[in-house]
Design a protein around this ligand. Structure first.
Ligand SMILES: Cc1ncc(COP(=O)(O)O)c(C=O)c1O
Length: 394
């Protein structure tokens, strides 16, 4: 009964795994979830208070489709201060998370058959979003030491290339791309007349020496061919609030707004009001979380790197480790053979009670993704269990 479009679509593997973890826990199993893509912290109290206030004040009605003006002004201030990019509020749209605005952006920018270059490993949803927009995802593996191999990207460009997608800090690798490499991407886009979508949702979670750089800030020429996407989800521990935004040329924002007007109407009214408080008043909460993530990153990188058969590029941002685990392939314990990353993830779920996502979900079949968005106590237990389970393999 379902359409061809839906038959071609695979559901989000990360969300499916969440359901499996919930099931195992309901059966009474002790599962440490290192699979989810969200901060374990609660939303900063001032944001919760602001939402409550907004509800009591009756800010519970439809809002303008692109979002309330004071929030778009706050986002414009943020983009100017943090990212050195100037946008007018009418060049900004607020949506139901970065996810919706990205999905809508592909609809707005892709004609059938247009190619979208996606450096891999990549976040689970890009490929399906591009397919849904009748675009053609062109997957380009970038260097496995977390560099962005711009030469590879250049080789993938054809006359049909419409968009180059960049995600830094990266989910799943934690890579933060250097300004030099991003400038080269921008040059390629100008030279080949392509558009850039830059997904910057992990921008605030950086622990290394490579600073976050926004591509749209490079020059007016680059600005006019770039859509900057961000969200409050990861930086402010607001994943469930569903608030994201995009900033870019007016015609693209108008296109996204047209889709939004016929689908979701607007993001939740009182969440929009509370988001102003997050952007304007919550820097110290963000810094507190960033520091905690940095401590966990350091601990987890050391532990994961010490596991036989795991080879982990050093992550400078986000909250993920993405080791190549192909060194465990072919090993066994009893009848159980680790044939590939999904087999290893299943083994670690059954044997160690630790949930991880196999790299196949991120177009990188030799790896697994571990999220360190969990307490140090849980991370310690999880790593002890993983180590013991791997040591059983021969
Ligand atoms: C790279 C990347 N982009 C976008 C999103 C979606 O963010 P949101 O929860 O704001 O829709 C995620 C969430 O996992 C992500 O990892």
């Amino acid at each position: 009964m379902v359409s061809d479009r839906i038959r071609r679509m695979s559901p989000s593997q990360t969300l499916e795994l969440n359901a499996k973890v919930a099931e195992l826990r309901a059966e009474g199993k002790s599962i440490i979830a290192l699979n989810s893509g969200e901060p374990d912290f609660n939303t900063p109290p001032p944001v919760i208070e602001a939402a409550h206030r907004a509800m009591l004040e009756g800010k519970t009605k439809y809002t303008p489709t692109p979002g309330i003006l004071p929030l778009r002004e706050a986002i414009a201030r943020k983009l100017s201060k943090d990212n050195h990019i100037e946008y007018n509020p009418n060049e900004i749209i607020v949506s139901i998370g970065a996810k919706f605005v990205l999905a809508a952006a592909f609809q707005v920018l892709c004609n059938p058959g247009d190619e979208v270059i996606i450096p891999t490993p990549c976040w689970v949803s890009y490929v399906e979003m591009v397919k849904l927009a009748e675009g053609v995802p062109v997957l380009v593996p970038v260097a496995d030491d977390n560099r962005l191999d711009v030469d590879e990207l250049e080789r993938a460009i054809t006359p049909k290339t419409r968009i180059i997608l960049i995600n830094s800090p990266n989910n799943p690798t934690g890579a933060v791309y250097t300004e030099e490499s991003l400038r080269r991407v921008a040059e390629l886009a100008v030279e080949h007349d392509c558009f850039i979508i830059t997904d910057e949702v992990y921008e605030k979670l950086i622990y290394g020496t490579t600073p976050h750089v926004s591509i749209a800030a490079f020059s007016p020429e680059v600005w006019e061919r770039t859509l900057t996407v961000n969200a409050l989800s990861k930086a402010y521990a607001m994943t469930g609030w569903r608030i994201g935004y995009a900033a870019g040329p007016r015609d693209i924002i108008k296109g996204i707004s047209a889709i939004q007007s016929h689908t979701t109407s607007n993001s939740t009214s009182f969440v929009q009001w509370a988001s102003i408080t997050a952007l304007d008043e919550c820097d110290e909460y963000v810094e507190f979380m960033r520091k905690a993530f940095e401590e966990r990153r350091n601990y987890m990188f050391e532990r994961v790197s010490a596991i036989p058969g795991f080879k982990c590029p050093f992550p400078e941002g986000a909250f993920y480790l993405f080791p190549d685990v192909s060194g465990t392939f072919g090993k066994r314990t009893g009848d159980r053979v680790i044939t590939d990353a999904p087999a290893l993830a299943n083994y670690l779920l059954d044997e160690a009670g630790v949930a991880l996502v196999p790299g196949n979900a991120f177009e990188a079949p030799n790896a697994i993704r571990l999220t360190y968005s969990n307490s140090m106590e849980n991370l310690t237990v999880a790593m002890d269990r993983i180590e013991a389970a791997i040591n059983k393999l021969v």
